[in-house]
Structure formats: C-alpha cells, structure tokens
Design a protein around this ligand. Structure first.
Ligand SMILES: Nc1ncnc2c1ncn2[C@@H]1O[C@H](COP(=O)(O)OP(=O)(O)OP(=O)(O)O)[C@@H](O)[C@H]1O
Ligand SMILES: [Mg+2]
Length: 259
C-alpha cells in the first residue's frame, strides 16, 4: 500500500467544556473520495477547520504528503497542497467571476500585491499561467459565459460551483468540500456529482466531502466515515455504512435518515 496522502492521528478539539472532536483518525489514500457524514454538531466542520489550520488541535498529529502540518498556518497548508471550501460561501459578491478566481490565488497563497504590481518577467510568466488556469476553470465549471458577471448575480448553484473552482486555483492535491450540494435542487446536485468526478480525474485530486444529502455522498464516495459526538463510529464502503446498526441508530437518534 502506498503512504496515504493525508494521515491524522489522535486528533482532539475542545471548546471550553465541550469536546467537539475526540480521538479522530484518518488515512486518506491518494485518488480517493472520502465521505464524512454524521448528525448536526457531530464535529465535521471542526475537523475541516483543524485539517486546514483554521483551528489548532488540543492534541494530535496531521501529516500531509509526509510533512507534519499540525502547526502550520492556513496559507502554509494551502501552499503544500491542501485546500477547502466553507459551509457558507466565501465569494466576493461584488467582484466578477473571473476576479473571484484570480483573487483566490492571491489570498490563499498570500502573494504580495507589490509583487503583482511589478513588471518583472517572472511576474508576467505567473500572470500568464494564472490566466491559463482561470480559462481552464471557467471551461470545466461551465462558467465561461458568466466570466464578467458579479458573483452575487449568479444563480445559487453556480455560486457553489465557483466556490469550488476557487479552491482549485492553488493547484491542490487534496480538497475538502463542506456540504457542496447544500441548497441545491436534485438536478443541480446530480450535475455537481458528475462535475466532482470530472475534476477529480482532470486535476488528479483526492477529496474529502462532508454531506447531509445521502444519495449524493453514497454515490460519490469510495469510503465513508461516520462521526457521532466528535468520534468515528464507523468506516467502510457506502454499502457497509448503510447496513451498519450503530450508524442507523446514530441517525435515528438524531431524527435524521441514512438512506
Ligand atoms: N468555534 C466554536 N466555538 C464553540 N463551539 C463550537 C465552535 N465550532 C463548533 N462548535 C461546537 O462543536 C460541535 C461540532 O460542531 P461542528 O460545526 O463541527 O459540527 P458539524 O458536524 O459540522 O455540524 P453541521 O452538520 O450542523 O454542520 C458543536 O457542538 C458546535 O456547537
Ligand atoms: Mg458543519
């Protein structure tokens, strides 16, 4: 077995007296889609916040591509190749689609704006590269015709797509998606599932997807991990998870449904 691209051991996070994540572990093989599910408040977003450096763990170790990133800042984590989306969209509503893509590389990688004003050949090379990347994203995500539109004018489903496209501007190896299909109708979410498979192949991504929409995540993920009260209660193929009594119990207890 090759080394997993992301390896997490014994990860803990407390908020005051509340243990939001306890003894969390993950071994994410390259090229895989991992689903992370669990009732509301189970700790899914907190895990993404820990993996992306937004929050610091109380305990535990996060190794990405054989680099210990446990104490890295978010921009350093982006730089080594791990990016994420947020449960709520993080677009710049008053910038157009193209600018939203361009600014993603500046913000997430902390490129200096002074450098971007300079006319060095190196800068133009990277500008050209950025434009190429923007064109690729517009094409793959079906956003070319909207390039000049303000992000806030896009239909919600396209705003969600743009938010994912932004994460790819930093050339990630691993992308964490926090409820990518939230607020979408069935047709839009099926379209998004196809798109996720497409970008996974084209950009050779490994993905972790947090989702409440069961058919979506069950159809996409190779392996699913189930969280309840901050701990992993089950891990397996979608079929194994759907038939796991402990999982069904956790969802029934939360008044949610697994299928
Ligand atoms: N910054 C914070 N400060 C205090 N408590 C927090 C903070 N972030 C999360 N929590 C708490 O930690 C627990 C886990 O929250 P988290 O947002 O990770 O859950 P989740 O699985 O993403 O839920 P949902 O499905 O509703 O998005 C919850 O009890 C939540 O209230
Ligand atoms: Mg959440």
């Amino acid at each position: 077995m090759p080394e997993p691209i992301l390896k997490v051991n014994d990860l803990w996070k407390n908020f005051g007296g509340l243990t939001a994540v306890s003894d969390y572990y993950l071994e994410l093989p390259q090229g895989m889609i991992y689903g992370l599910i669990g009732p509301n408040g189970a700790g899914k977003t907190t895990i993404f916040n820990l993996l992306s450096g937004v929050l610091k763990p109380n305990r535990g170790r996060i190794v990405f591509n054989q680099i210990d990133i446990t104490h890295f800042r978010p921009d350093q984590i982006t730089r080594v190749g791990l990016t994420r989306t947020f449960q709520n969209l993080r677009l710049f509503p008053s910038l157009n689609v193209e600018m939203n893509l361009k600014i993603a590389s500046h913000i997430h990688l902390h490129y200096s704006f002074i450098a971007s004003l300079s006319s060095s050949p190196g800068f133009f090379r990277s500008e050209r590269e950025m434009q190429k990347k923007v064109e690729a994203m517009l094409d793959v995500f079906g956003l070319s015709q909207y390039r000049g539109e303000l992000a806030s004018n896009l239909p919600y489903g396209l705003q969600r797509k743009l938010d994912i496209a932004r994460t790819l501007m930093t050339d990630p190896k691993v992308v964490l998606l926090d409820e990518p299909s939230a607020g979408m109708n069935t047709v839009e979410s099926e379209d998004l599932a196809r798109l996720i498979l497409q970008i996974k192949e084209r950009f050779q991504l490994t993905l972790v997807i947090v989702e409440h929409r069961m058919p979506f995540v069950m159809g996409l993920a190779d392996i699913i991990q189930v969280l309840d009260y901050g701990s992993v209660i089950a891990q397996g193929t979608p079929e194994e998870i759907q038939n796991n009594p402990q999982v069904i119990e956790a969802y029934l207890g939360a008044g949610d449904t697994i299928a």
